[in-house]
Design a binder for this molecule. Structure first.
Ligand SMILES: *Cc1c(COP(=O)(O)O)cnc(C)c1O
Length: 391
């Protein structure tokens, strides 16, 4: 792998190797500074231009860019008409935002166990736990491995499917980009710097449905529309209507200039992530005390936002590995604490702690290794050597 010497100097000095980081080129900087000199630094033409570029990349009809992946999830739950006292199925292993968007709408997440093969939502657990009040499902394409949307629809028929694809921009499912037609009703991406490409903060909601797209756009800007929808006089050109209680979830032209500049490099970054994953697999092939993450199935392209290994060397081994890697200057994280364990869910909302045994089994051993384009072979060997020391 001929991936950069950026970290080579860091190796000599033992510099901290993060678990993820963005790539910002000189062209990106130029694009952003040019955007800053435009008359409109927000709500100018660059937002729509970026949305169009992403739509073309995905082959999707509607792309709505917002201020974060979390905002996109919230807008999606709103657009799907998730409301008070509804229930929404969410896998137990994900970032809190996948479930929080349900609470924002006054509804309740229903945590579903994960499938230990794919680390995505368990269809069996979903079929069992999706009751009549469950109006939607938020499957997560965990670590960048596309969730099987057809299987989700089969397990929970008639529910709106909002795919949390925050890990999966640039991934492919059945030969098509995640976000292309034939997937979820709404697909959500994050453009946070740790994700595949970035706008600083930012998010995308993608849909083929005209009404969902209209509701997503309205929600992004206070629920305000310019067109007349209600009876009464059109008082003048200043006229607008607030039709729903929306938010200010707008993204800026400056951010979209960065996104537009990054997008052409997305595929090469996904390729680099796949090469790194392959190399980790080679380096860890003989290490029986570590379980490797699932690879993409035929027709799928894994985005490898994360490379999560499962430490199998006894009860304290995960903590030892985590602490040892950090002490050795290697960034690691645990993705994720089961959401129902977070004090807000456990103590304030009283969520049960014993309904997802496979999520618990996964959580007890998971550790994420550094994964971002720019890691070179020496970095990877250093990570694996440090990991081996702690087992
Ligand atoms: C990053 C992430 C989010 C939130 O995205 P932000 O852009 O940080 O708001 C939501 N869900 C998952 C699974 C994520 O990884």
């Amino acid at each position: 792998m001929a991936l950069g010497s950026r970290w080579a100097s860091g190796l000599a000095t033992g510099r901290f190797l993060p678990y993820g980081r963005q790539e910002i080129s000189d062209e990106d900087v130029l694009a952003v500074t040019a955007a800053l000199r435009e008359p409109m630094i927000t709500q100018g033409p660059l937002i729509e231009a970026f949305e169009q570029s992403v739509a073309t990349y995905l082959g999707a009809k509607h792309v709505i860019a917002v201020s974060s992946g979390t905002a996109a999830l919230h807008a999606a739950a709103f657009a799907a008409r998730v409301g008070t006292d509804d229930r929404v199925a969410v896998p137990a292993i994900t970032f809190a935002a996948s479930a929080n968007c349900v609470l924002y709408q006054g509804a309740r997440p229903r945590f579903i166990d994960i499938d230990l093969e794919s680390l995505n939502i368990s269809e069996a657990s979903l079929a069992e736990r999706a009751d009549d009040g469950t109006v939607a499902v938020v499957p997560v394409s965990f670590a960048g491995l596309p969730v099987d949307i057809d299987a989700v629809r089969e397990a929970a028929p008639g529910r709106v499917v909002i795919e949390d694809a925050c890990h999966a921009l640039g991934a492919w499912r059945h030969g098509k980009p995640v976000g292309a037609p034939g997937g979820a009703d709404i697909t959500v991406f994050s453009l946070h710097p740790v994700k595949a490409m970035t706008t600083g903060e930012g998010g995308l909601a993608v849909t083929e449905d005209d009404e969902l797209a209209w509701r997503l756009r309205m929600f992004r800007s206070h629920g305000i529309v310019r067109d007349r929808m209600s009876p009464g006089p059109l008082d003048g050109d200043w006229y607008y209507e607030m039709q729903e209680l929306g938010f200010n979830y707008r993204i800026t032209d400056v951010q979209c200039a960065l996104g537009q500049s990054q997008l052409p490099r997305l595929d090469s970054w996904i390729k680099a992530r796949n090469e790194i994953a392959l190399r980790y697999r080679e380096l860890l092939a003989d290490e029986s005390r570590v379980g490797l993450p699932p690879a993409g199935r035929g027709g799928d392209l894994h985005a490898y936002h994360l490379f999560v290994v499962r430490v199998r060397a006894g009860a304290d081994a995960r903590k030892r590995v985590f602490d040892g890697l950090r002490a050795g200057g290697i960034g690691t994280q645990v993705h994720y604490i089961p959401v129902y364990r977070l004090p807000y869910y456990r103590d304030r909302l009283g969520y049960p702690q014993d309904e997802c045994p496979d999520a618990e089994a996964y959580y007890s051993g998971c550790v994420s290794l550094p994964m971002f384009p720019g890691l070179d072979d020496e970095d990877l060997r250093r990570v694996v050597a440090e990991l081996g020391k702690q087992l």
